[in-house]
Design a binder for this molecule. Structure first.
Ligand code: GLN
Length: 343
């Protein structure tokens, strides 16, 4: 079984190398690698050491092809991208009704770490801001911190197809400096939105943010969601198919921090970003995109990552609400036979 999937992956990689789409991605990479705007996150020293020039773009299809250019193997911390996937696990653990009674799905237009709850219901606004993410993490079932963490890591392994580690210095710094998140957690405890095991849950939240991934992992995670929850290469189910649309919906409305409205308007691909420099983006039924480039704009989104997704959406008509036939047909470009022969 393992050998077969390795062979399939090898075969698809070979095909991907020969594809005109690969040339397209290479051009994108060349076009944006010199962009030096933005700044690497520096709220903890471990993030500030990220190399601003690191840049990787990976696209994985629902049938298991992988296209990558640039640095797709360097590891960085997943940070807020974890929130979308842990939300999926909470839905599996408790069902939609319960989860929604504790965490709403309304965009805030505020910064991800805002200390704000819905005035009427006292719920955090959505699972993509820190408040909602901490409440979501609190819901993850398991006997004690070790089992709960293992369930989260096992889930990410199903999405990526490989075992993931935690960057311990990042975790310890997040914990040492995380008083704002602690304040948010206590506010939610006051309103009975989370259970009274704050230290354990915050440790779990800081650990999930400190998981190490590369841009290929982010593309596989997105491709798994695009493939209704089944990893396209291992064929393992990562999330109950019933909850895939819940996760993708909140990515669309809330995934890019307080840039989510403009992102949906300009790009129209459900996505989630993290301050480690990653973006994971899902085109349902078709592809997952993973990008890595540490310099962030003032809202905390990767500057080069935004440009890459914008161009992919525009050039291949991937905006969710685009009804027109795109100039370039994505699948034709991937499979090596663009109709206009334009590569
Ligand atoms: N660990 C960060 C925090 O909780 C998450 C940052 C992010 O990617 N937005 O503040």
């Amino acid at each position: 079984m393992v050998e077969t999937s390795n062979l399939e992956s090898l075969a698809s990689s070979i095909q991907a190398v020969a594809s005109p789409f690969r040339g397209y991605l290479q051009d994108l990479y060349e076009q944006y690698k010199g962009v030096m705007d933005g700044a690497v996150a520096d709220y903890i020293p471990e993030l500030a050491i990220a190399k601003p020039e690191s840049f990787g773009i990976c696209v994985a299809t629902v049938d298991g092809q992988v296209f990558e250019v640039g640095d797709c193997t360097s590891l960085f911390t997943i940070q807020s991208i974890s929130k979308a996937f842990v939300y999926g696990l909470a839905l599996e653990d408790h069902g939609r009704e319960y989860v929604n009674s504790k965490v709403s799905v309304e965009p805030t237009g505020e910064a991800f770490n805002a200390i704000v709850l819905d005035e009427k219901t006292n719920r955090p606004y959505n699972p993509m801001v820190n408040a909602g993410a901490i409440a979501t993490t609190d819901m993850i079932k398991g006997k004690g911190s070790t089992e709960r963490l293992k369930r989260i890591l096992d889930m990410f392994k199903r999405y990526t197809g490989r075992e993931l580690d935690i960057n311990v210095p990042v975790f310890l710094s997040e914990r040492a400096t995380g008083n704002r998140n602690r304040a948010i957690a206590y506010l939610m405890l006051n309103f009975d939105m989370i259970t009274n095991r704050i230290d354990e849950t915050l440790d779990l939240y800081f650990q999930q943010c400190s998981i190490l991934v590369n841009s290929r992992d982010l593309a596989m995670m997105a491709a798994t969601l695009a493939n209704n929850g089944v990893n396209p290469i291992t064929q393992e189910r990562a999330i109950d198919g019933r909850y895939v649309q819940d996760v993708i919906s909140v990515m669309l409305t809330c995934g890019m921090y307080d840039y989510s409205g403009e992102w949906t308007y300009r790009v129209g691909i459900p996505a989630k970003s993290g301050v480690g420099g990653g973006i994971t983006a899902v085109v349902p039924g078709r592809i997952g995109i993973g990008t890595f480039s540490p310099p962030l704009d003032e809202k905390g989104n990767s500057v080069r990552g935004i440009k890459v997704c914008e161009d992919l959406a525009k050039d291949f008509g991937l905006h969710l609400f685009n009804g027109a036939k795109p100039d370039r047909d994505l699948e034709e470009w991937m499979n090596g036979r663009p109709a206009d022969g334009a590569w």
